[in-house]
Write a protein that binds this ligand. Sequence first.
Ligand code: AMP
Ligand code: GLY
Length: 450
Amino acid sequence: MSALRGRAAVAAGGAPYARRVRVLVVGSGAREHALAVALAADDDVSDVLVGPGGPGVADVAEVVPLDPLDGAAVAALARERGVDLVVVGPEAPLVGGVADAVRAAGVDCFGPSAVAARLEGSKAFAKDVMASADVPTAMARVCTDVDQVAAALDAFGAPHVVKDDGLAGGKGVVVTSDREEALAHARSCLEGRPGAGASAVVVEEFLDGPEVSLFVLCDGRDVVPLAPAQDSKRLRDGDEGPNTGGMGAYSPLPWAPEGLVDEVVERVAQPVVDEMARRGTPFAGVLYCGLALTSRGVRVVEFNARFGDPETQVVLPRLRTPLGGLLRAAATGRLAEAAPLGWSSDAAVVVVLAAGGYPAAPRAGDPLSGLEAAAAVPGARVLHAGTAAGADGALVASGGRVLSLVGTGATLADARAAAYAAVAEVGLQGGQHRTDIAAASAALAEEVGA
Ligand code: AMP
Ligand code: GLY
């Protein structure tokens, strides 16, 4: 009876804690802005700090100066400011051990340890864990010289997939039918990064079929999936152009097979969490499962050890369960108490506005206009990524991905209309965005009446 009541209290957003919690979000992208919005909407959260954040996130949080890679500084700030929960957004601090430093200072932290974050930090490590846990993924060879790469390319055949072993901000992967281009990428990865230690590339079999991003919350033992989303990684409409960090996303997926989420939990997420626990390096945080739905079944394309950007911007607006309690449950080994989660039937679409020159050489310093009009579009929300205050105090672009324009609505078509109406209000010289985010799925949803 009391256990049941406890579960109901968490699911209904009741207070499982003695007092309201203060949360520090580490990072400065639109993903962190989306996290701050959702945390600020949780009645059990008293206030949200974001460091280093940016001027845009001040609408929902206190912006604090912070070096996100400096674990001692993050831990010290959390202690000084009486923070109850630190949520680490990006991968580099996790791989660098920021979550370990925060926990060592006695503060709860949502985000895996440095050793567990190797699931993202090393593609070769992720492949090894998947092999041990019998998780379906692309066949792959880890190569440390160009001759090995050439042999692997010939063994798997075209199209070729060549990946930098280490962190590369989503840009370390080349998929091409041109053998010379595949070899050239491998060469640049192998020679590339001075001081980065022994380098390796992973050559993989090509996976066909649509991609799905599924975030699975983990507390080291139990796992709870969020709603699936789809990200558009290529720069231009029709999935043309170079790979980027992500140019848009939407949720739900009207075409996703029934049972997909359960299948991924059973065949992917739970086995990986079990294997990490067996190795003595439990994974707690969010396991981002990047999946391909191939003609031969679900395959893992990659793991990330953090929330995806921009998928988070469309998953969190649909989540009804208060986020602060949920992340704290994951951080403290009590995730089972937080399930099942509540979801809105609404749809969400995010369109990313990127600076001119992104991804190769983004232009900084161009003025932004129309943000108030964009925010006033019904169903739209403006989330900031690469924005800064210019000399006269007006906002200017300061990064590759500048804004996330999020639309929500009863259907994907409504959500899409809201997101694109917001995009139309924003002025940014040389700005780039895709015009086809969620287009095919919105049409499909209308057809099937989803
Ligand atoms: P990753 O950084 O591993 O997620 O790769 C970035 C993108 O490259 C993925 O989202 C896919 O679109 C593509 N990709 C990666 N691995 C493969 C593969 N084995 N087959 C086909 N496409 C891939
Ligand atoms: N949207 C892709 C990523 O976050 O890695």
